[in-house]
Design a binder for this molecule. Structure first.
Ligand SMILES: C[S@@+](CC[C@H](N)C(=O)[O-])C[C@H]1O[C@@H](n2cnc3c(N)ncnc32)[C@H](O)[C@@H]1O
Length: 214
């Protein structure tokens, strides 16, 4: 049983290493924007051989998610309240993630708000840097126009290649992610847009090879 708290204090982000928050070294999966963390809970329960970090900006959801993990007694999950873009650009050790999950990122539908979207070139470049060679990145949204932008950024990235989304190794089962928003939107009959990409195995830079897993 882990003695460490589920909620990661912001002070742990100075000179961050994964070892600081996870007592056991295991492949790491990160979910950005967990909301109430229905997906994170089920995925972490299904994969006790992995460590999971959920990042959630909204305090209410962050607290709900951390409490949910406590109630279910999962020991391989940590929750962090911060801006995921900042975490990926500044904190996340290079080549350290096995899977990155982003489900239903806020679409900011008004054109004048598009600059608030998570998926921008600097964020994508930083996230790719955080992926281990061969690691996967999964994205799902019901928003067709945002999906087009996301697809352009990810499929246009030289270090990424498209792979099957429908892989139980990466999600829950049968290509269903089962986040809270997915359940709600499917009930409303909305279409899901899904994309899975993989970082090329041969893209490891000298800097990352020297640093290894953080
Ligand atoms: C539309 S909800 C989706 C929640 C969940 N993934 C689901 O599918 O049910 C988007 C979530 O991302 C969080 N979020 C948005 N921008 C974020 C950021 N920059 N860093 C961390 N969380 C963020 C929001 O607070 C919100 O809880």
């Amino acid at each position: 049983m882990s003695e460490r708290p589920i909620a990661v204090p912001l002070s742990d982000l100075d000179d961050f290493t994964w070892e600081r928050i996870f007592p056991q070294r295991r492949p790491i999966e990160l979910e950005i924007g967990t909301g109430k963390a229905a997906f994170l809970l089920r995925r972490a329960q299904a994969r006790p051989d992995r460590n999971f970090l959920g990042i959630e900006w909204a305090n209410e959801f962050y607290k709900f998610a951390a409490d949910r993990m406590r109630r279910w007694g999962v020991t391989n999950v940590r929750m962090l309240r911060t801006d995921a873009s900042h975490f990926m650009r500044i904190v996340c050790p290079p080549a350290s993630l096995r899977v990155l999950h982003v489900y239903h990122p806020d679409p900011w539908p008004k054109k004048r708000h598009h600059k608030r979207r998570l998926f921008q070139q600097p964020f994508v470049d930083a996230a790719v840097r955080c992926l281990e060679p061969g690691a996967h990145w999964l994205v799902q949204t019901d928003h067709a126009e945002y999906f087009e932008q996301i697809e352009g950024l990810l499929r246009g990235h030289p270090a990424l290649e498209k792979v099957e989304f429908d892989d139980p190794e990466l999600g829950i089962a049968d290509a269903r992610v089962e986040t809270n928003f997915e359940i709600k939107y499917l009930r409303e009959g909305r279409t899901m847009h899904q994309l899975a990409v993989r970082r090329h195995s041969d893209e490891r830079s000298e800097e990352e090879s020297a640093q290894g897993q953080g």
